[in-house]
Design a protein around this ligand. Structure first.
Ligand SMILES: [Zn+2]
Length: 310
């Protein structure tokens, strides 16, 4: 993932972006007049019919117009300079705003034959449409994970500098770590927490009454207890942040207790990096920690823990 702004997938444009992610170029054709339509719309630009259908196309076309930018339009594009911003006319007659890749400046000529290049820009498979000369061997630009080139510590964790925003963004993932070790939350532990916190409500501390009156049929652990037991659960994060002066627990963006932990349950945890944001305060890494009763799909604790590095 780069820090470059990405196109927003809308309900109307979704088939186009999904097509690219699946390696196919799709544009809309009108069933009423057979006219081709691009960019994605609800209606035909030739006859105003709403009967449009997504069709796969080769992506072959010609260069309608271009310009070379030598000053980036946004700082995030500085690595692409000079950037060949182009309008490409596909065989179907529609025109696509894009960039040309794999070409020297003096190879670019209006009217030249072009072919598509699928440019994967992040680990999730998001792909953008570029073009190059029809006679070039280039068909795709594979994703280069910025984490691959970084050093690793003796635990095998990739070391990411707090001053490396591109690599920090690459840590953001939908994938959770492997499960941690597990521990048992028994009545003794629950009682000790009730003593410490002053929360000795019967649903936590009175097994006899809980057996009779609780919807769970037994006592349950305090949500706050399960939350702090995270300190006893070790999950293997695949990275180590380096180069900071201080690291502080900045609190939680979200803390939920979606399902109970009955006394005597075994719990385990896993985590993923949900976001990384940089501001004047420092670098805030949000770690989504989920604690589950072993074997239960539904977490007992969801904690979006914010760790501030500066
Ligand atoms: Zn039409």
């Amino acid at each position: 993932m780069s820090l470059k702004p990405m196109p927003e997938m809308t309900e109307i444009s979704k088939p186009f972006w999904q097509g690219l992610n699946e390696g196919e170029i799709r544009i809309q054709q009108c069933n009423a007049c057979e006219g081709w339509v691009f960019y994605p719309r609800r209606h035909c630009t030739h006859c105003l019919s709403h009967d449009l259908e997504w069709k796969p196309v080769s992506g072959k076309g010609t260069l309608y117009s271009y310009t070379l930018t030598r000053i980036p339009t946004l700082p995030e594009f500085a690595d692409e300079m000079p950037q060949a911003l182009a309008v490409v006319e596909l065989e179907q007659g529609v025109r696509v705003n894009t960039t040309l890749v794999g070409l020297e400046e003096d190879e670019i000529q209006v009217g030249m034959a072009l072919k598509p290049v699928l440019d994967q820009v992040d680990a999730k498979g998001n792909t953008l449409l570029r073009f190059t000369a029809a006679d070039k061997a280039l068909d795709s630009l594979p994703y280069e994970n910025p984490l691959d080139s970084l050093p690793r510590n003796d635990k095998g964790q990739v070391q990411v500098g707090v001053d490396n925003p591109v690599a920090l963004q690459a840590l953001v993932s939908d994938q959770f770590t492997d499960w941690s070790n597990s521990i048992v939350v028994d009545q003794e532990l629950i009682n000790a927490f009730a003593e410490l916190s002053g929360d000795n409500y019967w649903i936590h501390t009175d097994p006899e009454r809980a057996a009779k009156d609780s919807p769970f049929g037994t006592t349950i652990a305090h949500g706050a207890l399960v939350q702090i037991l995270q300190s006893r659960l070790t999950f293997a994060l695949p990275f180590e942040i380096t180069g900071f002066q201080t690291m502080v627990n900045y609190g939680s963006d979200r803390l939920r207790f979606p399902s109970p932990v009955p006394a005597g349950s075994e719990i385990q945890a896993r985590a993923r990096v949900k976001s990384v944001q940089q501001s004047r305060k420092g670098t805030a890494l949000t770690l989504e920690v989920n604690i589950h009763v072993v074997g239960n799909d539904r977490p007992s604790v969801i904690n979006d823990l914010v760790i501030l590095y500066r």
